[in-house]
Each structure stands twice: as C-alpha cells, then as structure tokens.
Design a protein around this ligand. Structure first.
Ligand code: GRF
Length: 211
C-alpha cells in the first residue's frame, strides 16, 4: 500500500505541524498533509493549518474518553479524506484503542525526551523538560515512535540526543529539543512512507532501501 496522505493531530502551537508541512513542500518526505485535527477550538495550530489550505476539524472531549462515544465520527472524518498516515504532534489526548487499531503501523507520535525515560502519564510539554532538569541529565532528546495501546511505549522509530551542557533551565532544554524535533519528525515520516516498517519483537525495523 502506497502511503500518500497525512493527517496531523495537534493540541497546541503547531511548530511540528509546520515543520512537517515545510518538509513535504521541500520534498523531504512524500506524505502530503491534507487534514489537521485539534481537540480544542482555541488551538493556535488550527489557524496555521487553515492558512495552508488543509481541512481542519475540532473533536473535543467526547471523542477521546475511555468509551469514546464519538470515535466513529473521527474515523469517518479520516476515511472521507483518504488518510493513510496519522502524525500526533503535540496532541494531548490519549488515542482510543479502536483508532490505534485502524491505523496500526501508520500512526506516529513525537515525544520530547529519550523514551522510555521521561514518558508516560503526566509527562507532556513542560513537565517533561522540568523532570529532565530536576534529574540533572546531561542529555535529553526527541523520540518518534509508532503508536500502540501502551501510552508512550510503542516501537521506537527514530531518536536523536541533545547535549545539555551549560543549559540554564527547563525552557532552554525545551528549545533545544524542539529544534531537533523539527528535523526528526519529517525524517521519520520519510522512513515510514518510503521504506515501510515492520515490527519484530517490539522493535521497529525499516523494510528496504526503497519501495
Ligand atoms: C512538542 O515538544 C512535542 O514533542 C510535544 O509537545 C510539543 C508541541 O509543540 N508533545 P508544537 O505544538 O509542535 O509546537
């Protein structure tokens, strides 16, 4: 199956969305961003996506709770747009198992630390960088992983470390890591779409040099 069409799920500012879009325009990866889903109407990423001409939608609380009463609407929205791949980019909701299953092997997430360290419940946004700072880490970094039912624990596709020499606090760590995220996510999308990934014993293995 040729992977061509990308939906991005985001809750916040959308700098990762912008780097994914810019990279696609520059030929860095072949997945055309066609749809942007946010979980709240005030997410600044929505304006960026509209300005870029993408289809946007807000699916709020009822879509992401355990019983996910409106999940079918999300699935239909993605299907109507022929979405092949979903990229979670600063998306603060837990994705229900049915949606994970519908996009198994085709849904990625970016996390602003070197998983499995500093991941899991409560570890998002500034909380991650504050924990890294408190722990006195000498490196942090970014991880792109496939999404499965275990939160922040799906098979790791790419990771890149960031040296934390002479950083003066969590905000500076966040800035350094975010720069790396902007390179890493487009690379991971290229890897998925151009080579394909298989999972062997929980490890993500790129398939072949080209497809
Ligand atoms: C990024 O650090 C991402 O890894 C994390 O939330 C932040 C979102 O940034 N999950 P942005 O909205 O892409 O600018």
């Amino acid at each position: 199956m040729k992977l061509r069409r990308l939906a991005v799920f985001a809750s916040g500012g959308g700098s990762n969305f912008q780097s994914i879009l810019a990279s696609w325009k520059a030929g860095g990866h072949p997945l055309e961003p066609v749809a942007l889903l946010a979980d709240r109407p005030s997410a600044p990423v929505l304006d960026k996506a509209r300005a870029a001409g993408l289809d946007t939608a807000v699916f709020g609380k009822g879509c992401w709770s355990e019983d996910a009463p409106r999940l079918r609407e999300v699935l239909d929205w993605l299907q109507e747009r022929s979405v092949d791949v979903v990229a979670l980019a600063g998306f603060l909701r837990r994705v229900p198992p049915e949606l994970v299953a519908a996009f198994r092997g085709r849904m990625l997430n970016i996390h602003p630390a070197l998983l499995p360290a500093f991941g899991g419940a409560g570890m998002y946004g500034h909380f991650v960088h504050e924990a890294v700072w408190r722990a006195g880490c000498r490196v942090s970094g970014a991880t792109v992983h496939l999404v499965d039912e275990a939160y922040d624990r799906g098979p790791i596709l790419l990771q890149r470390a960031v040296a934390l020499d002479a950083v003066d606090g969590p905000a500076e760590i966040a800035g350094r890591v975010l720069q790396v995220e902007h390179e890493l996510y487009p690379e991971a999308l290229a890897l998925l779409a151009e080579r394909g990934i298989t999972i062997e014993e929980g490890r993500a293995i790129p398939c072949r040099a080209s497809r």
